[in-house]
Write a protein that binds this ligand. Structure first.
Ligand code: SF4
Length: 283
């Protein structure tokens, strides 16, 4: 079997930075200090298990941060939550990805001018919750063109942005409909370059292999979208978390397989999947 691994597979800069900062904090902490993250640091069970083993706690609210070292993850948090963390925690390590912070700043800038913000993304995703927090109560989250149609017309001050890991094609379709509905509206293309490159490479790879394997958390939004991109090309696509999830009997039918991974998937998990596929050659 020929296996082609995407060059863009695995950690994006934002996730790598957040993990490095957390590992550095673990190395430097005093014996009586406790490190925690507000929500899961990244959407990957295997990495979270590793952090737990090293004593990193996961808290769900700023109220639990009192006296602890708190890491704000790459997705960022709403401004109110951020303030509370700085007030309650012993120390805050702000690992908000620079690109996410830029989107937060754009929303804040337009909100101050009285704009409403439409965010294309997953309503319950931490990044979107954080972004919405900057819209001064005038943030609306949509997922598709139909949701856009439900928003009443008439408002001239409208800003459109996307969650940094949104599907490019979905966003492009919404931009088109948005320009028709709100001719005076402002569009900011906020999908991260890392997401775009990853999706483009998967599209290209899907054109030259028989099947695609996408490695990453089953609850990782960007991994799910990557699998959607591969599937949309019409080839069989398998989303797996680890090599144990591979259906070897099924995989053995293919002569060429492409492998990519979400932005929160560590290299060792990708390596394990590739090794497992390679064993099919030896059996
Ligand atoms: S996908 Fe892009 S914006 Fe999102 S955390 Fe990674 S580098 Fe930052």
């Amino acid at each position: 079997m020929k296996i082609i691994v995407a060059k863009t597979a695995g950690f994006c800069n934002g996730v790598r930075y957040a993990l490095e900062m957390t590992l550095e904090a673990i190395r430097n902490k005093k014996a009586d200090e406790c490190i925690c993250t507000l929500g899961p640091l990244i959407h990957n069970h295997q990495v979270l298990a590793m952090l737990k083993e090293r004593g990193v706690e996961e808290i769900q609210s700023p109220d639990e941060a009192t006296g602890k070292i708190v890491v704000i993850r790459a997705h960022g948090v709403p401004p109110g939550v951020r303030k509370e963390l700085y007030r309650k925690a012993h120390r805050v390590i702000n690992a908000t990805c620079k690109r996410v912070a830029r989107v937060q700043a754009v929303i804040k800038q337009y909100a101050r001018k009285g704009y409403s913000t439409i965010i294309v993304g997953d309503e319950n995703h931490a990044e979107v919750i954080g972004l919405k927090g900057y819209a001064e109560g005038r943030g609306i989250v949509i997922q598709n063109v139909n949701d856009l149609e439900k928003i009443p017309q008439g408002c001239s001050k409208v800003l459109l942005v996307a969650q940094t890991t949104q599907n490019e094609k979905t966003f492009a379709g919404i931009v088109e409909a948005f320009r028709r509905k709100f001719p005076g509206g402002v569009v900011k293309h906020t999908i991260c370059g890392a997401t775009r490159e990853r999706q483009e490479e998967v599209r290209k790879l899907a054109g030259i292999v028989e099947a695609m394997v996408i490695v990453g958390g089953y609850h990782s939004g960007n991994t799910i979208r990557l699998a959607e991109v591969a599937r949309s090309t019409g080839i069989p696509t398998y989303h797996v978390e680890t090599e144990k999830d591979l259906n070897m009997k099924e995989m053995s039918r293919y002569k060429t397989v492409g492998v990519s991974a979400g932005a929160s998937t560590p290299q060792w998990l990708i390596h394990n999947v590739v090794q497992a596929l390679r064993q099919l050659d030896d059996s």
